[in-house]
Design a protein around this ligand. Structure first.
Ligand code: F6P
Length: 323
């Protein structure tokens, strides 16, 4: 590969708070090194349609603190086909893009891997509130989503206590339970139900509520990961079996928005900076990840093959601490 002259940056999949901080870091690190940066709008769609514009350091001012993604994002079906990838690689060549930074989740990285095979150097940055990418301890957006959910659940808890109610709160996470587990512990939930762990309704939901009531508790919080099921039928079942008034809340997309926390701004800045340095070093098909609290890089293909596991100790601890 010759000297790196132009890089592109895009966000793909669900947006996550902190993506703007990563875009800003990419743009400024590139500019500092004399490299031109092209922003690609709406994920891989923009690469297929040529929705691409030049970015500069002042153009990303005032974005660090903003939620969402200034490049917008999408889940692109066409890019999953060989024709779509070939077309995207051709557009990248037309715009002179020698290297591309892709900020997103697993699906986005499969695209980055295919594009690398088609001759465009690619570096991925993990950005998803679900924190479900196996090769990294941390994905941009997770901490902000947790804090947003925590604040909402604290409010629900105030009213649940006043009325001695039970609450089932459904949180996001797709097929993963990291949001549920982390926020459940942080809010002192009586039960945390996640897809990674099979659950028994009587044992894991009813029992902690009934026993908690007998021990003098005045509210009962059940945090339900969306990958397991819906809050409304579960709340109805709890009320039917316990006689305790039970309300259901689906937190929904509120968890994806808002100004990123310090952690998300910092990790996103570090990852954006590292991604450009990798491209300058001539690397491709790499993911910038966090391992042992350090920013390192791994091969995308190998990273995609890894399996994430849940910390059994956290599950055990959550039960003890809600005693
Ligand atoms: O992957 C992020 C996420 O917010 C998941 O937690 C959720 O299941 C999904 O995206 C929702 O996707 P959409 O915004 O397309 O409805």
């Amino acid at each position: 590969m010759g000297e790196l002259k132009t890089i592109g940056v895009l966000t793909s999949g669900g947006d996550a708070p902190g993506m703007n901080a990563a875009i800003r870091a990419v743009v400024r690190t590139a500019a500092y090194n004399g490299i031109r940066v092209m922003g690609v709008r709406k994920g891989y769609n923009g690469l297929i349609t040529g929705d691409i514009f030049e970015m500069n350091p002042r153009g990303v001012s005032e974005t660090l603190q903003r939620g969402g993604t200034v490049l917008q994002t999408a889940r692109c079906q066409e890019f999953r086909t060989a024709e779509g990838v070939a077309r995207a690689a051709e557009i990248a060549r037309i715009f002179g893009i020698d290297g591309l930074v892709v900020i997103g989740g697993d699906g986005s990285f499969r695209g980055a891997r295919d594009l690398s095979a088609a001759g465009v150097s690619t570096i991925g940055i993990p950005g998803t509130i679900d924190n479900d990418i196996a090769c990294t301890e941390y994905c941009i957006g997770f901490d902000t989503a947790l804090n947003t959910a925590m604040e909402a659940i604290d409010k629900i808890r105030d009213t649940a206590t006043s009325h001695e109610r039970s609450s089932v709160i459904e949180v996001m996470g797709r097929d993963a339970g990291y949001i549920a587990l982390h926020v459940g512990i942080s809010c002192g939930a009586e039960a945390i139900i996640i897809p990674e762990k099979t659950f028994n309704f009587d044992e894991d939901v009813l029992r902690p509520i009934i026993e908690g009531k007998n021990r003098g508790k005045s509210h009962y919080l059940v945090i339900l990961a969306e990958g397991v099921g819906s809050a409304i039928p579960m709340a109805q079942e709890i009320e039917k079996h316990t006689g305790i008034s039970t309300k259901a809340t689906v937190l929904g997309h509120i968890q994806r928005g808002g100004s990123p926390t310090v952690q998300d701004r910092l990790v996103a800045s570090r990852m954006g900076f590292a991604a450009v340095e990798l491209l300058i070093a001539g690397k491709t098909n790499r993911l910038v990840v966090m391992q042992n609290n350090k920013i390192v890089d791994v091969d995308i293909t190998e990273g995609l093959e890894m399996q994430k596991s849940i910390d059994e100790n956290l599950i055990r601890m959550s039960k003890v601490l809600s005693w």
